[in-house]
Design a protein. Structure first.
Length: 125
């Protein structure tokens, strides 16, 4: 009877142990699923981080190009300013020359009138 009881106890303990092992296996399986999910999430995050880095690099290159264009525009604007100044100076010179031509034309007109008067005074009437 004692042996029967001991066998019963061993069988009971074995059943409990088997049940606990099954529960531990279930927990391990759940942990494996969680680890797989985390691993997948890390891979997605890594991919997204790579895309973000690529976008930042492209944006940086775009900013470099914009800065170069702004520098070129600035240089062109400086050249245009110099050209406008040159044209303005030339315009002033042309205006002054035009005034001189007008003055000379007026003086010539007066001289022609005076000569005409002198010639008219020598005409026989």
């Amino acid at each position: 009877q004692n042996i029967k009881r001991q066998i019963g106890e061993v069988q009971g303990t074995t059943e409990e142990t088997t049940q606990e092992i099954n529960e531990i296996s279930a927990v391990i399986n759940r942990v494996n699923e969680i680890v797989a999910t985390i691993s997948s999430s890390v891979a997605e995050q890594s991919s997204a981080t790579g895309e973000i880095a690529s976008n930042i690099s492209q944006a940086s290159q775009g900013l470099i190009e914009v800065n170069e264009n702004v520098n070129q525009i600035s240089a062109v604007a400086g050249t245009i300013t110099q050209d406008v100044s040159t044209v303005s100076s030339a315009s002033v010179e042309i205006s002054e020359s035009s005034n001189e031509v007008n003055s000379s034309a007026e003086a010539l007109h007066q001289l022609a009138r005076h000569l005409s008067d002198i010639v008219n005074s020598f005409k026989v009437k």
